[in-house]
Design a protein around this ligand. Sequence first.
Ligand SMILES: Nc1nc2c(ncn2[C@@H]2O[C@H](COP(=O)(O)OP(=O)(O)OP(=O)(O)O)[C@@H](O)[C@H]2O)c(=O)[nH]1
Ligand SMILES: [Mg+2]
Length: 197
Amino acid sequence: MVSGPVLDEKAYVRGGAAQTAVKILIVGHFAVGKTTFVGTMSEIPPLSTEETMTQAGEEIDDLKGVRGKTTTTVAMDFGRLTISDHVVLYLFGTPGQQRFVQMWEDMARGALGALVLVDPERLADSFAVIDLIEQYGLAYAIAVNHFDGTPIRGEEALREALDLLPDTPVVTCDARDENSSASALITLVHYLQDRAR
Ligand SMILES: Nc1nc2c(ncn2[C@@H]2O[C@H](COP(=O)(O)OP(=O)(O)OP(=O)(O)O)[C@@H](O)[C@H]2O)c(=O)[nH]1
Ligand SMILES: [Mg+2]
């Protein structure tokens, strides 16, 4: 089993200044853009565990609506992002497939919250992920990852379809784009901070 570094207050110290390390999960269904997101946001070369998808997996991994994807994450993605003098985010991307669900136990340990990436064209695929996050009691924000050419859905329709609580943040991003991905993360961090108050 993969387990993350032990994270507690002031777990990470750099340049003599105490920094609080915050473990954040980047979750979402198969091929929603988790690895891309961690790669876009990480200030260190991201650890990724991509393997080429083979014909053997064709019947297991639902490739419907997935564009030009040749690899999949088999263990996790890992990246780091310093957001202030005091706070460092450790980003853990979970594998998207249902068969890796047993890893969530380890991944969720010590996490403060999760960013749930959602493809608006495959909304139903997000139900199981959101159920899992709620099961682990993690606070989360939704980041709608807009793939090229997909229609923009209204936020209200999306909230209703995903059965979100009124205070759950919903933002739009492109996992390949640093600015929109950063604002999605910042929205999550603010939400987590507000809840902690
Ligand atoms: N157009 C567009 N393509 C994207 C975006 N984000 C990711 N992609 C592409 O979508 C595909 C899937 O992205 P990944 O980052 O591998 O998705 P993943 O969620 O890590 O996939 P698994 O680990 O296999 O579940 C890749 O070909 C990406 O280049 C996006 O915002 N817009
Ligand atoms: Mg991946």
